[in-house]
Design a protein around this ligand. Structure first.
Ligand code: ADP
Ligand code: ZN
Ligand code: ZN
Length: 756
């Protein structure tokens, strides 16, 4: 038994803390056990035990823990403790940051007024009472004879509901409510209780609704899919990670389902990660109809109590066999993980940008699988260059599927030169004649249409037509987007809303107008052009009212045209879409970032992939001012490798990932002067430590002020061979020097490893 515990606390300090364990509690404390401890003057916090030992810390008086929160078994498994350590090391954050991100709030109570600790949901149940004999159970006549007909009937109902009529040794759960539903009067049930034949007791009921739909057997795989799955299994014999590069609609999800079933049959668990949970409904239903209550869904928008309940079940005797989740699900306990699937692995939203830990869901998943001796399957029609590179260089296995399940082929691209159309006056408004024609053709044939635009809201900016003044956010360095629904100009970075002025604050003119097209306006215009079509919109604004109905209406053919932002690009499977329109492809092709073309390419291919999933003859109409752009000429599945190879040459030339490893330092302050001074002196220190050519910046990012805070970034480039630990040591040294010499007063600084 050990007398001391080193623990993680949810505080922003980069260290563990040591507490003493009263001897009466010693036997309960082990790595992963949650403790309740005093902190500072009068705070009390939940802590996670990292290790126990007998070395009395010197230099300060050690305090006793106040209690043990996990009495039956630790809430965190050894594998998780390892993973958390890796995350804080790799992502350059504190152990407390990881703890806060991982553990549902209900499982880390503290003594602040708005905390609430998780309480299992309980209900009232009925079970055999003290006066019920085994004989009475098998022969109710013994109990009631010929009298008390109502009581006898109700008792027999209990036997039926609990299964005790067949299996009197272990009656199943029967809630009071379900039995009471058969009572003619409440007094009948009460009488059985009073007689001691039945009794009430309280038990945990859980917040998660059981699956009530119908389960179906697995679909049989096509030959192509069967071949792919054999190759995946094969690849797992020699490698831990396999990349499934499969054309949109080749049936990746079906392949996953078969692999999941295989793991479950072997008694192992599966974690299935998706980039954004908002759009998982479709996949959730598909999986549920096969796996029913063996699975659950876990993401940061689940209610806290539900998250806590799932967490607890994961460390209990019957953990979920399949967890479908967003990136935060990598933090869940898995006692017997066999496989991790990362679907749409190229999605940038797997990366958490704020707050710390700034971890990448995919990379963390690979690490989790490694720790658990499980395998990882990455799936995408447009793999991240990083993963594809790892596959080509042999670090990962790779399996390619280039045929759609229904052999429909990708939609044919129609590239529309918008500048030319405008010059010839074929186009006023945002719809080219080519797109209009395709839409009306589709509608006539009872087909559906998806229109993609990268910007929500009505108009992209609010401007004065006389002097060019543009309405901007007071707190951020961004122009505002006009939203017609609420008549306000909105900052998409901080959410602040503004009235649009009647007269221009700069010249006093009265001609203030919105400019550019957001999804709201496109929806409005399309309704005008095709008044008979039923139109809907899917973006962050409309999703608030319920994205599920929007999607299911489209799926059921209740709407004909769906206008949306990138939300519509992710893995959705609609059979009847024959036209996809990308309205302003330029808006996604021109970001000043080395990943810009990779992203644009992925987005265009993914959006296009929503069309023609069931029938051939679909088209994707791409409106652009750069019809010659290289990515628009390489939209067939087989071009992918060539495009990738070309891009890699450039990345190598400029020493960008995957040929180097990036860490960015972000400095923020309300004072421009302070942030400028701190960032340039930080950049100097880093140059001295890493070498001048390895440090870029300080730079002002494209949006250099958000919520009144000025931002500067510094990028450190490292050769891939340098260890993360080495980089971390140097970075920490620079920070320490800064703090000692001039202090970082008024400036916050944080790291982002592998910024996306
Ligand atoms: P992906 O995930 O690769 O985009 P999906 O798994 O969504 O593709 O498959 C595309 C469509 O084809 C879906 O409607 C799916 O139900 C159907 N499908 C794929 N494979 C099979 C199969 N083996 N049996 C029946 N239907 C299948
Ligand atoms: Zn003006
Ligand atoms: Zn703002």
């Amino acid at each position: 038994m050990s007398k001391y515990a080193d623990v993680i606390l949810p505080v922003p300090l980069d260290r563990y803390f040591t507490y003493s364990i009263p001897s009466s509690l010693e036997h309960l404390v082990m790595p992963g056990t949650r403790l309740y401890v005093p902190f500072g003057k009068n705070r009390r916090l939940t802590a996670i035990t990292v290790k126990t030992h007998d070395e009395k810390p010197s230099g300060y008086s050690v305090r006793d823990i106040l209690g043990v929160l996990d009495e039956a078994h630790p809430s965190l498994l050894p594998q998780q403790m390892k993973l958390f350590k890796w995350i804080s090391g790799y992502c350059l954050c504190t152990p407390g940051d990881v703890m806060k991100a991982a553990l549902p709030a209900g499982l880390r109570p503290d003594n602040s007024p708005n905390t609430h600790s998780f309480k299992p949901k309980t209900g009232l149940f009925v079970r055999p009472g003290p006066n019920l004999t085994v004989n009475g159970m098998t022969d109710p006549d013994l109990l009631f004879g010929n009298r008390a007909k109502a009581r006898k009937e109700l008792f027999c109902k209990y036997l039926e509901l609990s299964g005790a009529d067949v299996n009197p040794e272990s009656p199943g759960l029967v809630s009071r409510q379900s039995l009471a539903a058969f009572c003619k009067s409440p007094s009948v049930l009460q009488a059985l209780i009073d007689e001691g034949i039945l009794e009430y007791y309280e038990a945990e009921t859980g917040r998660l609704k059981p699956f009530t739909g119908k389960k179906r057997p697995l679909n049989e795989l096509s030959q192509v899919q069967q071949k792919a799955i054999d190759e995946i299994r094969n690849s797992f014999l020699s490698r831990n990670v396999c990349l499934l590069h499969g054309i949109t609609s080749c049936g990746k999800t079906e392949i996953y389902i078969h692999l999941i079933k295989e793991q479950i049959d072997k008694g192992r668990q599966v974690l299935y990660l998706l980039p954004e949970i908002a759009l998982t409904t479709q996949i959730m239903h598909r999986l549920q109809s096969v796996f029913g209550d063996d699975m659950t869904v876990y993401h940061s928008r689940c209610p806290e109590n539900v998250r806590a309940e799932i967490w607890n079940r994961q460390t209990g005797p019957e953990p979920y066999k399949l967890v479908l989740g967003a990136r935060s699900a990598v933090m869940l306990p898995f006692s017997n993980l066999g496989l991790v699937i990362v679907d749409e692995e190229h999605e940038p939203s797997f990366k958490q940008n704020d707050p710390a830990p700034r971890y990448h869901g995919r990379n963390t998943a690979i690490m989790l699988a490694d720790i658990c001796h499980a395998k990882t399957l990455l799936g995408s029609a447009t793999p991240s260059f990083e993963s594809y590179f790892n596959a080509l260089t042999g670090k990962y296995g790779m399996v390619t599927v280039s045929q759609r399940f229904r052999e429909t082929g990708l939609p044919a691209p129609i590239i529309v030169d918008v500048a030319e159309m405008k010059r010839k006056r074929y186009m006023n408004g945002i719809f080219s004649p080519q797109l209009k024609e395709k839409i009306s053709e589709a509608l006539e044939n009872g087909k559906q249409v998806i229109l993609f635009q990268n910007r929500r809201g009505y108009s992209q900016t609010v401007e004065c037509q006389d002097c060019g003044w543009v309405q901007k956010c007071d707190r951020c360095d961004v122009s505002l987007t006009f939203h017609k629904e609420n008549g306000m100009a909105v900052c998409h970075y901080c959410g602040r809303k503004y009235r649009v002025p009647v007269s221009c604050p700069s010249c006093g003119g009265k001609s203030i107008r919105g400019r550019g097209y957001g999804t709201e306006r496109i929806e409005e215009d399309i309704k005008e052009l095709f008044p008979k079509a039923r139109t809907a919109r899917l973006d962050l604004d409309s999703a608030k009212a319920g994205y599920e109905t929007i999607l299911s209406d489209f799926q059921d053919g209740k709407t004909d045209i769906l206008v949306g932002t990138q939300m519509i690009s992710k893995g959705l499977d609609f059979g009847n879409v024959s036209v996809v329109g990308i309205l302003q492809a330029d808006s996604i092709m021109s970001y000043p970032d080395f990943r810009a073309t990779e992203r644009a390419y992925q987005l265009i291919m993914q959006v296009a992939g929503r069309a023609g999933r069931k029938e051939s003859g679909a088209v994707v109409v791409i409106q652009t001012r750069q019809p010659e752009a290289q990515i628009l000429r390489m939209l067939s599945f087989s071009d992918w490798k060539e495009y990738f190879t070309g891009q890699m040459t450039e990345r190598k030339l400029f020493n960008y990932p995957p040929y180097s490893r990036l860490v960015s330092l972000i400095l923020k302050s309300t004072s421009l002067e302070k942030v400028e001074k701190a960032s340039s002196s930080m950049a100097e220190k880093l140059s001295a430590l890493f070498g001048r050519e390895m440090v870029l910046g300080p730079d002002a990012p494209m949006i250099s002020r958000i919520q009144s805070r000025h931002i500067r970034t510094i990028m450190v480039k490292n050769p891939v061979e340098t260890s993360v630990r080495y980089t971390r040591t140097l970075l920490m040294q620079a920070v320490r020097e800064m703090e000692e010499e001039e202090g970082l007063n008024g400036v916050t600084l944080f790291f982002d490893a592998d910024p996306q």
